[in-house]
Design a protein around this ligand. Sequence first.
Ligand code: GLC
Length: 408
Amino acid sequence: MPDIRAVVENVMKKNQRSVDSNFYTVPSIERYPFQWLWDSCFHSLIYLSLGHHTEAKEELRSICKKQHQNGLIPHISFWHEPNKPLPNWGRELRGEDINHIFGVTGSSFLTQPPLIVRAVLECYKETDDIDFLLEMYPKLANFLAYLKLNRTFKDSELLFIINPDESGEDNSPRFDTALNLTAVQTAEQSLVKRIELMEKMVVCDFDTKKCMQNYFSIVDVGFNCIYADALEGMIELAELLGEGDDVKKYGDILDLLRADIKQTLTTDDTYFYSLDCITREQIPVNTWNLFMPLYAELVDESAAKKLVAILFSEETFWSQFGVRTTSASEPSYDGRDGFWRGSIWAAPHWFIYKGLQRYGFNKEASILKAKTLKLIELSGMYEHYDPLTGVGFGAKDFTWPGLIVTME
Ligand code: GLC
């Protein structure tokens, strides 16, 4: 049996990069040769668990170097040759195309879930580095201010995303109807639609609120649950820094957000669904996001029990190798070729693991951990896995399964 920490160390080391004194880790050398926002947060947590404190902090520092003037932290930072399109990612606007608006070269103009607050907090807890905290706190505050200003509707704290990629789940079936795609589709069809949305952003002159929300605006459960957790994190950080006004400010937003999530995204306080803000309809597609309210501690104990029962039901989410990203009961379910449409990914395992622990389902959490371990032992560190065979799909030597070392 391989030493898992050594396996993780090896992939993390291979994927490390340094450009102009900016340190970062690519999720996969061949497929994802840049820096991604939520990936870097996973990396930071992995480095902390491996005892690499400097790398954990540097990874977050570099992602903030590309923060836009308006506060957005981009979902991709292109450290290499910012103005030269690379194969596969030529679709992204970068460099001078967006420079005139954001004063940043070499980044995307989309974002990803704000897991960075949790990552910074964990760095501080592990290292006691108050200077790091002082350096990062204003950047986090600006990011959350960007989200609040540009991604909320009147009288609500819920955040909307303007492209499926912002959820981190590029072609999840949650977005099919909004993209005018059928349940059975190809990855290419989804990509074409998502690029069209990026082009619309240019037409909108990058204005999300007045313009872009008319093309695609979804209040995504996962994104908002991670935001709720980020607000908790900001309260803790503000307390540590003695920023009393901020403690109150983030506390007030969090209270309203929790109430808005419950009022808008669920009718029964158990099953939460994303909302399409254009049609004003909930999106009743069963993906692993059903379990994100556990991570954000939004449900009561009896609802949590119901969710756990569904999690372990083989007709829906549970498989021999762990949790399917889309329920097997959905017409869109595709555990083989479907990217986020059924195959198993390490990050969902991690969020669900944390959620289970937060509700005291420790036995269930350890089962999930064991499944994650088994996948790595069987196939190595892959982007996603077949729920029936555990065979790895997509990017090889992909960093996310390294989250196993943080599952304590
Ligand atoms: C894929 C994933 C996204 C991730 C990126 C880099 O696009 O869907 O969540 O950030 O790869 O790993």
